[in-house]
Design a binder for this molecule. Structure first.
Ligand SMILES: Nc1ncnc2c1ncn2[C@@H]1O[C@H](COP(=O)(O)OP(=O)(O)OP(=O)(O)O)[C@@H](O)[C@H]1O
Ligand SMILES: [Mg+2]
Length: 256
């Protein structure tokens, strides 16, 4: 599913994105003019205080929500011009979403939960069952596939959610605090899984509150009050990392 990005190499191009929530008489500027480009294969961490707009930004990138104003281009195509069917296809086939709260179906076992995106994609039953089994094996849950979410530990549930997010081989993986509810050992296992996804050539965008988790990424974008406060390469960034990975905001990028 590695289609080419737009001409200048950006997979995700956000320009002056605003998201305003109307709360009675007052307005909440959840995103207040965010411009951001992410290239195919990048590994980006999004950080910032609670309420700074991280989840709102992830939902827009994942086409789960639309901005109030501004432009979002995915592979060079303006998202607001796409119809509902096309957006549903993008969500199902191109984006894998790992939610902080897992969002698993309580009444379905692990296997069925992982299989679900393949059901929506219209894959034949035998093939999808086999693929879901394979994914559960990959996240170390082959022995737990007939357990329901409430019969699994928090870390196991998160691994089911990851298997489900990856089952369709999405090229963009969005993870909103995937280690937030986990003990540190399980957290490290989850991060190793995301590393594998990135090494497979996929784009990974991760929200986290923890600096050491963010250090796994190549680039850290910090939000504050719905604005980008800084955008910097980490020590894991490949040599000759793109010049886009410089602090942004008040100080303009210097040369290069
Ligand atoms: N559906 C909504 N209606 C009204 N306001 C909302 C809605 N969703 C989010 N907000 C507000 O928008 C702002 C950004 O919320 P968002 O969920 O993006 O923050 P966040 O950075 O993900 O925070 P956290 O770290 O706590 O998850 C917050 O002030 C929040 O109260
Ligand atoms: Mg959030």
């Amino acid at each position: 599913m590695n289609q080419p990005a737009s001409a200048d190499g950006a997979l995700i191009e956000l320009a002056e994105i605003h998201k305003v929530y109307q709360m009675g008489a007052s307005e909440v500027n959840a995103l207040d003019g965010v411009s951001l480009q992410i290239k195919r294969g990048e590994y980006v961490a999004i950080m910032g205080p609670s309420g700074s707009g991280k989840s709102t930004l992830m939902n827009i990138i994942g086409c789960l929500d639309t901005p109030t104003s501004g432009s979002y281009k995915l592979r060079g195509t303006e998202i607001r011009d796409r119809d509902d069917d096309e957006l549903a296809r993008i969500r199902n086939q191109e984006v894998g979403f790992i939610f902080q709260t897992f969002n698993l179906l309580a009444r379905a076992d692990a296997l069925h939960n992982v299989e679900l995106p393949l059901v929506y994609a219209g894959r034949p039953k035998r093939a999808r069952r086999e693929r879901a089994r394979e994914m559960l094996g990959l996240v170390g849950l082959a022995e737990r596939m007939h357990h329901r979410p409430n019969e699994l530990s928090g870390g196991q549930r998160q691994r089911v959610a990851i298997a489900r997010a990856l089952v369709n081989e999405p090229s963009i993986v969005l993870a909103d605090e995937p280690t937030g509810n986990l003990d540190s050992k399980t957290g490290l296992e989850i991060m190793a899984l995301l590393d594998q996804v990135h090494q497979g050539g996929n784009t990974v965008i991760l929200v986290t509150h923890e600096e050491d988790v963010a250090a796994n990424a190549e680039r850290i974008v910090r939000l504050r009050d719905g604005k980008i406060e800084s955008d910097q390469a980490t020590r894991r960034a490949p040599r000759g990392a793109p010049a886009s990975a410089v602090p942004s905001g008040s100080s303009p990028p210097s040369g290069s």
